[in-house]
Design a protein around this ligand. Structure first.
Ligand code: ADP
Length: 527
C-alpha cells in the first residue's frame, strides 16, 4: 500500500475548519473534518522516522482525538433532545436527526483508510475542494442499518460512535441551513424556558422517542429457526466492533492489500465484479500460529465495516452439536441479511480434515457438507451484488484441508513469520504504552528475535515490561508490595529486561514447520 504525502498546511487548514464548525455548533460537519484530520495525522506519522518529531505529532494527535471525543459527546447529548422532522412542520422546527452509525463501506472505509481520496465526503462548501463521490458512486453503496440489539452491548458511547461516519456524507446544504436555524431556535427557546418547563419537555421528548416505531431497526427474524439459536448466534458469534485496525497489525502489507482488494472493491464496484470477475468465494489465510491471522480478519471487519461473524470450527462441531448444520445455515442466512458481512472461520482444518480419514466424525462431515453448499450459494446472490458475504478462514494446518473446501477457498494467502522490519514494527506497537530506556535499540532486539512469531514477540515484550517490577517486589511481603509507590514500579524497560525476557521465551515455530508451509504454498497457494 503506498502512503501518500501529507501536507502540514492541509492538516492545519482542516483542523481550523473542524474547530470552526464545532464552535459554530455545526457538529455534523465538524465530525467529518475531525475524521479527516485524524487520518491525515495518522498518515503523516507513518512517514516520520525521527522519534522527537514523531512524539510531538503523537501529542497533537492525542489532542485532536480529545477534541473529537468532545464533539461526539456533544452530538450524543444533542441527539437526546431531537425529535423526528415532519414534512408539515415549518423548517425552523424540523430538527435534523442524526442517523445511526452505518456500515456504509465507502464512508466507513474512507474514515479509516490512509488515502485522502476516499475520505467521507464532507458537507458541501463551495470554498473547499473535496473529492465528492458521484451520484452513481453513492447509488452503488449498499446501505445497511446496524443491529440495534448488538449496539447495546457497546458500553462506551465514544467507542460506539467512533465509526459512525454516518449520514454526514449525504447531508445537503438544506440540512446544514436547517440545523443552523434550528440551533438558533433552540438557543432562543432555552433562554426563555423555566426549568420545570424544560423538564416536562424532556420527559415528553423521551416518551415520544419510546413510542416512536423503530423503523430503522433491521433485525433478523429468521423464520423457521429457533429464536434461541438466533439469539445464541447473535450473542456468541456476531461481533459488532472487533476494533482492530490495520495499524494495530505490524507488517503484513501484502496480506492487508489482498484482503482489502478481496472485500472492499467488490462492495464499491458491484457492477464490475460480475461474471468472470465475481468476488472470491473465500480467502484462506495459511501460516504458523500467532502470526496475526485472527487480527487480520478482525481488521477486515473493522476497516471495511462489515458485520463480523467470528466462529471457530471447534465451536461449530462441539458446542452446538446436534444443531451444527442448522447453525451453519443460519450463520450464512444471517450474514446475507446483515451483508456486507465477513464470516471468519478459525481453525478450519479441524472441521475439514480430509474426507474419509479416520478422524472424520459424522457430525463434522455433515457440517462440512453444509458449509460447502452455503459457500456455493454465496456466489449466486445475483439480485444484489453489493451485498457481499465473504468467508475468511484461517488454518495452521493447511495440509489437513480437503480438496472440496480448498477449491472453494479460492484465494490462499500465506501469513509468514515477521521479517526484521515487521519484528521492529511489532516491538514498537507492543511497547507504545511503556517507557523505554534510551539504551534499548529496537533494531537490535528485532534482530535477536529472528524466527519468533508475532505472538512470541508479544510475549517477550510483556515479559520484559514486567521485569523491573518483578525485581522490585522479590522477597517483599504483600503489605510491603501494596505500599510501593507507583513510580518505583513503572521504570523504563531496559536492555537487561529484554535479555532476561529473551532467555525465558523461546520461539514456537520450528524450521521444519516453516518448510512444510512453504511446500504447501508452492503447491496450492494463490496470492
Ligand atoms: P493467529 O490467528 O495467526 O494464530 P493471532 O492473530 O491470534 O494469530 O495473534 C496472536 C497474538 O499475537 C495477537 O493477539 C497479537 O498480540 C500478536 N500478533 C501476532 N502477529 C501480529 C502482528 N502482525 N501485529 C501485531 N500483533 C501481532
Amino acid at each position: 500500500m503506498t502512503v501518500m504525502a501529507v501536507s502540514i498546511s492541509e492538516i492545519c487548514e482542516n483542523t481550523k475548519l473542524a474547530r470552526e464548525m464545532a464552535l459554530m455548533g455545526n457538529y455534523e460537519s465538524a465530525n467529518v473534518y475531525y475524521q479527516g484530520v485524524i487520518q491525515q495525522i495518522h498518515r503523516l506519522l507513518l512517514t516520520i522516522a525521527d522519534p522527537t518529531r514523531k512524539g510531538k505529532w503523537q501529542s497533537v494527535q492525542r489532542q485532536i482525538n480529545q477534541e473529537f471525543e468532545h464533539v461526539k459527546a456533544m452530538m450524543n447529548t444533542l441527539q437526546l433532545f431531537k425529535v423526528d422532522s415532519h414534512p408539515d412542520k415549518p423548517v425552523g422546527f424540523s430538527l435534523a436527526r442524526f442517523e445511526e452509525p452505518t456500515r456504509d463501506p465507502q464512508l466507513c472505509y474512507g474514515a479509516a483508510s490512509h488515502d485522502p481520496d476516499v475520505w467521507p465526503p464532507p458537507p458541501p462548501r463551495e470554498d473547499v475542494n473535496w473529492p465528492l463521490p458521484t451520484s452513481a458512486e453513492h447509488k452503488s453503496i449498499p446501505h445497511v442499518k446496524p443491529l440495534r440489539s448488538l449496539q447495546k452491548k457497546d458500553t462506551k458511547p465514544a467507542a460506539r460512535n467512533q465509526r459512525s461516519t454516518n449520514s454526514n456524507a449525504t447531508i445537503n446544504s438544506r440540512r446544514v441551513v436547517d440545523s443552523k436555524q434550528t440551533k438558533k431556535q433552540e438557543d432562543r427557546t432555552k433562554q426563555t424556558k423555566r426549568p420545570d418547563e424544560k423538564k416536562e419537555e424532556k420527559e415528553k421528548a423521551d416518551k415520544e422517542k419510546e413510542d416512536e416505531p423503530e423503523e430503522e431497526e433491521k433485525r433478523f427474524e429468521g423464520s423457521g429457526y429457533d429464536r434461541d439459536l438466533i439469539d445464541m448466534l447473535e450473542r456468541d458469534i456476531v461481533q459488532k466492533n472487533p476494533n482492530i485496525h490495520w495499524d494495530d497489525i505490524a507488517d503484513l502489507h501484502e496480506a492487508k492489500r489482498l484482503l482489502e482488494e478481496a472485500v472492499v472493491l467488490p462492495m464499491w464496484m458491484p457492477d464490475f465484479f460480475k461474471g468472470i470477475r465475481r468476488p472470491w468465494k473465500g480467502v484462506l489465510m495459511v501460516g504458523p500460529p500467532g502470526t496475526g491471522k485472527t487480527m487480520l480478519a478482525k481488521a477486515v471487519a473493522t476497516e471495511c465495516c462489515t458485520t463480523f461473524f467470528n466462529v471457530s470450527s471447534s465451536t461449530l462441531t462441539s458446542k452446538y452439536r446436534g444443531e451444527s448444520e442448522k447453525l451453519v445455515r443460519l450463520l450464512f442466512e444471517m450474514a446475507r441479511f446483515y451483508a456486507p458481512s465477513t464470516i471468519f472461520i478459525d481453525e478450519i482444518d479441524s472441521l475439514c480434515s480430509r474426507r474419509g480419514s479416520e478422524s472424520e466424525h459424522e457430525a463434522s462431515r455433515r457440517v462440512k457438507s453444509e458449509l460447502l453448499v452455503q459457500m456455493d450459494g454465496i456466489s449466486s446472490n445475483s439480485e444484489d451484488p453489493g451485498k457481499i458475504v465473504m468467508v475468511l478462514a484461517a488454518t495452521n494446518f493447511p495440509w489437513d484441508i480437503d480438496e472440496a473446501l480448498r477449491r472453494r477457498l479460492e484465494k490462499r494467502i500465506y501469513i509468514p513469520l515477521p521479517n526484521s522490519d515487521g519484528r521492529e514494527a511489532l516491538l514498537r506497537i507492543n511497547l507504545r504504552e511503556v517507557k523505554l530506556d534510551p539504551d534499548v535499540d529496537l533494531k537490535e532486539v528485532a534482530a535477536r528475535l529472528k524466527g519468533y512469531s508475532g505472538a512470541d514477540i508479544t510475549n517477550v515484550c510483556r515479559d520484559a515490561s514486567m521485569m523491573s517490577m518483578r525485581r522490585k517486589i522479590a522477597g517483599l511481603r504483600p503489605d510491603q508490595i501494596k505500599q510501593l509507590p507507583k513510580e518505583e514500579l513503572d521504570l523504563p524497560v531496559s536492555v537487561l529486561d529484554f535479555e532476561e525476557a529473551l532467555a525465558k521465551c523461546n520461539k514456537s515455530v520450528s524450521k521444519e514447520d516453516l518448510e512444510k508451509y512453504e511446500k504447501w504454498m508452492n503447491e496450492y497457494g494463490s496470492t
